[in-house]
Ligand binder design. Structure first.
Ligand code: GAP
Length: 460
């Protein structure tokens, strides 16, 4: 793990963002728990996405169940094709993804299918990272299987969903009819997905349990490309505007033919420059009529939309936007993390979150624990708490308290001091610039709200 990643993982644990799952039992690989600040950050990211989707009049939300009829996954192609190519170290039985081993050896796997990757491994005579022979590559299905009811036999197998999208496809007509939607329209969903990844890596980046935020946009057949371009533009803008990610740390990656998922006609991923290199955060896919067509065939039910103007039934095409909420959180944490030298021998760690998604918005700090300052501070806390996530702290030197708030990315600290008792003002200290200004207590909510909206990432 890179130095920055190690520091980030350690800060996340220490400050209550992310804990290892079941840590007291030694942890469970690929699973993480969100602590008090992590859950706020995650919820704020999900809220930003939900608002971007459902503040529009052409997108409706749903929340489908995780367990679905097993035929869903036959229709979707996941039983047959949701595989990762895998090899094992013949001595240690450690498992690796074929494409990861090849990429580590400098091979671009973008256009290579399974057979081509197999041939490449043989051609290069690749060994495991421990120098041992590799077993024959094979395909490994990533869906977790379980059973419904008390009897564990093949008749009652169900899967933990590997994507939220299928819950949307099977509800397409329900939503369209209930809400009397006309094409084009979208259905958005946030929820847990599960993948039995061969290797988990890089903290929240690749995990076995994660949350997805997916939107399927149903369009008239033939209009997929137009809407594909439209959604690519919308989604890229969301990263910069809603999350405050600089454009210079984002880029598009187009899927080559060997890389395209079984359902996709065209696919572009948004890549972010993580401390461990550029990698995917979101996929925008042109899925054409694949999914609705498959579900019609496997369920025997019509999923066509009646186009009143043309007086005909059509099977819509689909443009999908799919982003991991946990992977987006990983990106936001990585982007926020900074170590700054204030002066010789004095550095601070600061999480420069966009204030809109910062877990805490305001810290309220009485300068000393006497002269009535805590009482005034508690009144300010009570006024602001219904509107903003606030944190009250009266212990330790004021400089130390500021640094503690910098470390968890709180954008504003309000300090109640002796002047407050005379003139009803407090100092407002900004996390990024560390600049302080006096503001009337009565104006605080408006001033903080204004500053949250006006925030721009400072160049570092
Ligand atoms: N419905 C399409 C779909 O699921 P995907 O590219 O496989 O497409 C979409 O996944 C997003 O879900 C990814 O861009 C990533 O952000 C997130 N994701 C996928 N697998 C993940 C994993 N193992 N851990 C964390 N996030 C993951």
């Amino acid at each position: 793990m890179s130095d920055t990643m190690e520091k980030l993982v350690s800060l996340c644990k220490r400050k209550g963002f992310i804990f290892q799952s079941s840590e007291i039992y030694g942890g469970l690989n690929g699973c993480w728990d969100y602590g008090p600040l992590g859950v706020e950050l995650l919820r704020n990211i999900k809220e930003a996405w939900w608002r971007a989707m459902t503040d529009r009049d052409d997108v409706e939300g749903i929340d489908a169940s995780i367990l679905m009829h097993p035929r869903v996954w036959e229709a979707s192609g996941h039983v047959e094709g949701f595989n990762d190519p895998m090899v094992e170290d013949s001595k240690t039985n450690e498992r690796f993804r074929l494409d990861h081993l090849l990429e580590a050896a400098g091979v671009d796997c973008g256009d290579l299918g399974f057979e081509e990757m197999k041939a490449k491994i043989a051609e290069l005579g690749l060994k495991s990272p421990k120098g041992n022979e590799l077993t024959d590559p094979r395909q490994f299905n990533m869906m977790f299987k379980t059973h419904v009811g008390p009897v564990e036999d093949s008749a009652n197998v169900v899967y933990l969903r590997p994507e939220t999208a299928q819950g949307i496809f099977v509800n397409f007509l329900n939503v369209q009819q209930a809400m009397r939607k006309k094409l084009p329209f979208g259905i958005a969903q946030i929820g847990k997905s599960f993948r039995n990844e061969i290797t988990t890596k890089n903290f929240l980046f690749r995990t076995r349990e994660f949350e997805q935020m997916e939107m399927q946009y149903f369009v008239k057949p033939g209009e997929e490309e137009k809407w594909f371009d439209y959604w690519r533009e919308q989604r890229f803008r969301w990263f910069t505007e809603a999350l405050g990610i600089p454009e210079s740390r984002l880029r598009w990656h187009e899927h080559g033919s060997g890389e395209l998922a079984h359902y996709a006609r065209q696919a572009f991923d948004v890549h972010y420059e993580f401390p461990f290199g550029w990698d995917e955060v979101e996929g925008v896919h042109n899925r054409g009529q694949f999914d609705l067509g498959q579900h019609e065939e496997f369920s025997g039910k019509q999923l066509k939309y009646f186009d009143e103007a043309a007086r005909e039934k059509v099977l819509p095409g689909v443009v999908e936007t799919a982003i991991g909420a946990s992977r987006a959180t990983m990106m936001v944490l990585a982007e926020a993390y900074a170590e700054e030298q204030i002066k010789e021998g004095d550095t601070r760690t600061v999480m420069r979150f966009h204030p809109r998604i910062a877990p805490l918005k305001v810290a309220i700090l009485p300068l000393v624990k006497r002269d009535g300052m805590p009482d005034v501070a508690r009144c300010i806390e009570a006024d602001l708490r219904p509107h903003l996530r606030v944190f009250y702290d009266e212990s330790g030197a004021i400089g130390r308290r500021y640094r503690r708030m910098d470390e968890v990315g709180t954008p504003f600290c309000l300090t109640v001091d002796s002047d407050t008792l005379q003139d009803d003002t407090v100092t407002i200290r900004e996390r990024d610039s560390m600049a302080q200004e006096r503001v009337k207590i009565a104006d605080l909510l408006g001033e903080i709200t204004r500053r949250i909206s006006a925030w721009k990432r400072s160049e570092s």
